[in-house]
Design a protein around this ligand. Structure first.
Ligand SMILES: Cc1ncc(COP(=O)(O)O)c(C=O)c1O
Length: 307
């Protein structure tokens, strides 16, 4: 992202890993996780994928698309109410034929419980559901991001000095740590987007579990979670996030999103500008996708105009 670096006057070398282009149903990080989770569901003889998240969950949209691709059913437990406008990811969930259940759930743990309850209901009715936790953050889903590091290493000469990534469930961050393994000098900054309060504990635990499950050495890197950029909370668009989205759109022609990647980029821009990232260091911004949320009605005006 040379034009971005030049525009903000940064002497660092900025690279972007385009997981917004992973290929399934408008892409994003969840496509990598669903590749392994879908295989696990088929291997177990399941007939329906069940997951959940916020009303504009990218993970739900990609799970719905994966279910279509694999010939499985899909049930989604979403936080919110029936009267939600059918825009952005929610429109796509229904386009893929998923059955959407709005739950009263608000907190992360409540959504996890509604996924389990929904799976239980389907099982009691004779179905063979495969329950996927919020964000696809089971060990299998996390392993997908250990494998993604192998892909990155085949694309660039040396491990980067920094990786920046959005942290929702923490699964992507954990997988990257598992993939980098012991002794890597890369500092991975996971940017908390306000989804769950326990990232500092969850990320190292999932990283160790994924490393063990994929036969890798336990990761040694210090876990860095940036808690300074979620603004007013999950899904609430902040000025610095909108600014980051506009800046990247207008310098690189790349779309970030208002909930995840825009906040991760806001954190990266801060660290580039305050000197914590030094001249010549190589930074990989791990783009996790999410652009369908740009088309959720509430963001229109505040996104495109400076306040
Ligand atoms: C676009 C986007 N980026 C980042 C994340 C966070 O990934 P993880 O849940 O693996 O932390 C999500 C998860 O919902 C997402 O949809």
């Amino acid at each position: 992202m040379d034009r971005l670096a030049a525009t903000i006057g940064s002497p660092a070398r900025l690279l972007v890993k385009r997981d917004d282009l992973t290929g399934l149903a408008l892409g994003g990080n969840k496509a990598r996780k669903l590749e392994l989770l879908g295989a696990e569901a088929l291997a177990r003889g399941c007939d329906t994928l069940v997951t959940g998240g916020g009303a504009q969950s990218n993970h739900a949209r990609i799970t719905a698309a994966a279910a279509s691709r694999l010939g499985l059913g899909c049930h989604l437990a979403l936080a919110g109410r029936e009267e939600h406008r059918r825009d952005g990811n929610l429109l796509l969930d229904e386009l893929f034929g998923a059955t959407v259940h709005f739950t009263a759930a608000r907190e992360y743990d409540e959504i996890e419980r509604s996924i389990d309850a929904l799976a239980e209901e389907l099982r009691a009715a004779g179905g063979r559901p495969f329950a996927i936790p919020v964000g696809g953050a089971s060990v299998t889903g996390v392993v997908a991001y250990a494998l993604a590091v192998d892909e990155l290493r085949a694309q660039i000469d040396d491990d980067p000095d920094w990786i920046f990534v959005a942290d929702g469930s923490g699964g992507t961050h954990a997988g990257l740590l598992a993939g980098l393994g012991a002794g890597s000098r890369t500092r991975v900054v996971g940017v908390d987007v306000g989804t769950r309060p326990d990232l500092d504990g969850v990320v190292p635990r999932l990283a160790s579990e994924a490393a063990a499950a994929s036969g890798r050495a336990a990761p040694s890197a210090t876990v860095i979670v940036d808690h300074d950029h979620f603004g007013a909370g999950y899904g609430a668009l902040s000025d610095e996030c909108a600014h980051a989205i506009r800046t990247v759109a207008r310098t690189e022609g790349i779309l970030l999103d208002p909930v995840y990647s825009g906040k991760a980029m806001a954190a990266l821009l801060d660290r580039l500008q305050d000197g914590r990232i030094r001249a010549g260091e190589r930074v990989v911004f791990w783009h996790t996708g999410g652009a369908p949320a740009l088309f959720a009605n509430r963001y229109e005006v505040s996104l495109t105009q400076e306040p």
